[in-house]
Design a protein. Structure first.
Length: 355
């Protein structure tokens, strides 16, 4: 029956039923792979975050450690400066006034250098306030020594009262600096504990002023008298006189206007005579030129003058004085300890520098 076979051939195929999305279907293989990749990616991110955080923590810890180490070195040098500065004031030894002033000037340079090093510290952000107090503390120390250096020449002279009072005021700078340094040190220690950072050594207690006695003018006067007594002393009758003063070879006369021609630099030559009966050593020589647009002064010393002899020293007048104006030049030699009459130690001259 051929027609029956034809009907079977023409019968359409049954359509396939779509796969159900329910739990009855098989899971897709690529979905599992995606979940595994996602888990690996999250793990990598976590490791990166932990690694970065660890690096940052290590960098922060090194920053604190380096800061404390550098500050400790500066503080130790500041303590050494204090010992040398006050030790020299208390016991000048064999230093002449000129050498003593040079040492104080060197202390000033050291204090300024320490200040610059404090200002250059690589400071962690958490210690910004403490760093500000540190800088102010070291600024006060530099200013205190600098002010003392400015006043020391006058304090060792004939009229020391005002200069000694000024030095006593500068000593108070050190009190303020010690308070600020202590506050900063406590703040640094607190922050280290907060950050749970252990350092090899704590910031030292670098107080600068050794005793409050230095605030007393009487104590300072007695101390500085010891500096003066170490220079120029004589064992017998002591007496000095300003013998002669020259500028660029021209001898000056007190009672007339002295005209100095030619340009600078101008050289002042001062001669002193020992009118006593024993050697005079480390005789101070000072000059002051006033009346112009600027105050000019300088000092030096004569190493030794034998009884009855005359010795001289030369000083450069700098900066160059005003030209064409009548200026007053005051020159002084000594006095030295034991010298009771100093009327002939000083002369005043009227000088006109003409170019």
């Amino acid at each position: 029956m051929a027609f029956l076979d034809e009907d079977d051939a023409l019968e359409p195929d049954e359509p396939e039923l779509p796969r159900s999305g329910g739990g009855g279907g098989r899971p897709r293989p690529y979905l599992g792979r995606r979940l595994v990749a996602l888990a690996i990616g999250v793990g990598i991110i976590v490791l990166i975050v932990l690694g970065v955080r660890g690096c940052l923590d290590a960098r922060k810890e090194r920053g604190f450690e380096n800061y404390v180490q550098d500050l400790s070195a500066i503080a130790s040098e500041s303590q050494q400066l204090s010992e040398e500065f006050f030790g020299r004031l208390k016991d000048p030894g064999d230093l002449s006034p000129l050498s003593f002033k040079a040492e104080i000037a060197a202390d000033r340079s050291t204090a300024e250098s320490l200040l610059q090093r404090v200002q250059g510290l690589d400071t962690p952000g958490e210690l910004a306030d403490e760093q500000q107090e540190l800088e102010l503390a070291f600024q006060l120390r530099a200013d205190g020594i600098g002010g003392t250096a400015d006043q020391i020449s006058t304090a060792l002279g004939n009229n020391p009262t005002e200069a000694t009072d000024a030095i006593a005021d500068y000593m108070r700078y050190f009190v303020a600096s010690d308070v600020l340094y202590g506050r900063s040190r406590d703040g640094i220690d607190t922050e280290l504990k907060t950050q749970e950072i252990k350092v090899a050594e704590d910031v030292p207690d670098a107080s600068f002023l050794p005793s409050l006695d230095w605030l007393e003018t009487t104590f300072l006067s007695e101390t500085l008298a010891g500096v003066s007594s170490g220079a120029g002393a004589c064992k017998g009758v002591c007496g000095l006189a300003l013998f002669e003063t020259k500028v660029n070879g021209t001898t000056l006369t007190p009672d007339t206007t002295n005209t100095i021609t030619g340009g600078g630099p101008f050289e002042l030559e001062v001669s002193a005579q020992n009118q006593g009966d024993s050697d005079a050593t480390n005789v101070p020589v000072t000059y002051n030129l006033s009346g112009g647009s600027k105050q000019i002064e300088g000092d030096d010393s004569i190493e030794a003058i034998k009884p009855g002899e005359t010795e001289s020293t030369k000083l450069t007048i700098e900066p160059d004085p005003d030209s064409g104006a009548d200026l007053t030049l005051e020159v002084t030699v000594g006095p030295i300890p034991g010298e009771e009459i100093a009327d002939n130690n000083t002369s005043n001259y009227t000088v006109n520098f003409s170019s």
